[in-house]
Each structure stands twice: as structure tokens, then as C-alpha cells.
Design a binder for this molecule. Sequence first.
Ligand code: CP
Length: 352
Amino acid sequence: MSIPKDYIESIDLTKEQILAIEELAMAMKAAIKEDGFYPHLLRNKSLGMIFQQVSTRTRLSFETSMTDLGGHAQFYGPGTIQLGGHESLGDTARVMGDLLDIMMARVNRHKDVVGLAAGAACPVINGMSEYNHPTQELGDLLTMLENLPEGKKIEDCKFAWIGDATQTCFSLMCICTIMGMDFVQFGPKGHQLTDGALQVENKVDLLEIGNKLCAVSGGTITISDDIECIKGADFIYTDVWYGLYDDEVSGTSYMDVFYPKYQVTMDMMNFAGPDAKFMHCLPANRGEEVTDEVMDDPERSICWVEAENRKHSIRAILATFGPRTPLNDEGVEYASKERLHAALAKIEELQA
Ligand code: CP
């Protein structure tokens, strides 16, 4: 299976392909951050960024990544371009696909990013929908790979999602089970992956998707409202209880549903295990789904490097799915040169 034209969901990729993208992310992170060498792999290329929802991390990561790679990014906020209004989505996709070299879209409805990908000649990357958040998955996997417990491989790790079955929860279920990890959702009935709004709205069996991934990888899925399920977790992850999308829990009732049982506290972290690391896709509502003590703990919290890794992983996503230009390092010496060339060669092999 070759790497597809678009990045809409990680289940379209194999474990080997995902790990190759992560290795490229790490090689470029070393080249830029440690060696000061900027690989202009998208020289003179233009990225169009459609945002129907607000964003800090995703927007900044895509925009700065294009600069790092020698290209340019254009931002289109709500109401600034035609998107299924005076022009059909297919027509917009066709025109944008010819004017741009690569597109990303954060959309209100998942079918719109699928439609953009179907209609555009250029690659389209899903910057989050109400259904999933694949670029978050790759940033989070990169963070877990960089923070593996001593002596463990990624497939030996246990991941515990705390709280609501948001689109990011579903995304983390996918990436963890593709890797062969043990995935747990500790959440209240009515907000579990098997019965939440995400499943109903999108009319898909999320657990069936996860179980198919587990059958390939050897991963497992556990969904429970019993805190015992998080024992032994290497990574504890949570998300806001009140999010961007209108099918999430209403502002008036969410504290009653989740607080205090599902708030990530230091007691919960210690119950999971003495070395469990804390992750959060951010933005966070401090004092709701997580305490300040956990979020700011320099040993336990890796949510800050996780946020930075959005950029490092998005560079690799752009360099994988975008129309690459040749590496501009002839005669340039930098420590990570061999690693970067090897990582790119692996991507090219997987795209052949
Ligand atoms: N985690 C995430 O997607 O952050 P933004 O909404 O700020 O992009």
C-alpha cells in the first residue's frame, strides 16, 4: 500500500509508513533545532489553510513549517473564501487544487475535508474535523516516542484517555491501536467511544474500526467508567470537557457529568503509576479536566513539548504529502545530514 495523496485519517496509513513520517520529523527537528540547517523541501510552494474553527497550535505549526521548508502559507478564516456557499464545494476544491501546491482544512463537518480531497488535484491534509484530528495524532505519537519508559517499545505501552469521547479521543484510539498499544478510555457512560455523539453523528462503529486495527497490530481497547482501568498506564491524556463543536456536551451540564471523578489530579497520576506522563492536546481549561499541579509538573507533564511537536510533526507531514523539491544541502555539513537523507529515502521508497 503506497502513501495516499491526502492525509485525512491515519487508518489510511500503515504502521511502517507512520513511523517513517515520525523518523523524518525527528531528523528535521534535529537538523533545524540542533544543527541550524533548514531543509527547503517545499521551496517556492504554497499551502492554503482553511480554518472554519479557531486554532493556535495547528495554524502556527502549519504556517511556520512552510517557512522552515522554504515555502509560503496563506490563511483563510471563516467567511473569507467560498466554501459551499455561492460555489459548490467541488468547484472550490477544483480551483484551489490548481492554484495551490498543498491544502489543509479545519472544518465543521468531516465530509467537507473529504470533499475537498476528492475534488482537488493537490494533496489535502485534515487539520481537524468534528470526527478526528490526525495531525494531532502524529504530534502525540512523536511525543510518546521521545518519552518512552525505560526499556519499553511503543507497542509495549499503555495509553489512558480520561474523559469525553471527543474526536481527539477517537484519533488517539486509532494511532495507539495502529502502533499495537493498549488503549483505554476512562469515561462516563453516555460519553464513551461506543455510545457518544461522535459515533451517532458519523454513523460509524468506532469500536469496530479500533478492533480491526488491533487485529493487525496486537493492540487492545478497554472502555470503562471504573478507574481501575488506568492502572499501569504510561501516558495519561485528557481534553476539554466543553469543546468547539456543537455536538459536544453543553456548557451548562458538563461539570456535573465529569467533575470531580474525571479530573486529572496528582492522585490520579500516582494511581496510574509513579512514572506515568501527562499529555493534553491543549487548549486546556485549568481547574476543570486537569489541575495546575499536574499540568505544570516538570517531571510528569509532557504537554508542552507535545504542543511544540505539533510543528515538528507537521513539517514531516508537509514534506511527505507535499510536492517535494530536492534537498538543498550539497556541500553543507551538519550533524544530522545522514539521518535526514535516510529518512527521506525511506519516505520515497514507501511512496514508490
Ligand atoms: N490541539 C490543537 O489542535 O490546538 P489548536 O486548536 O490551538 O490548533
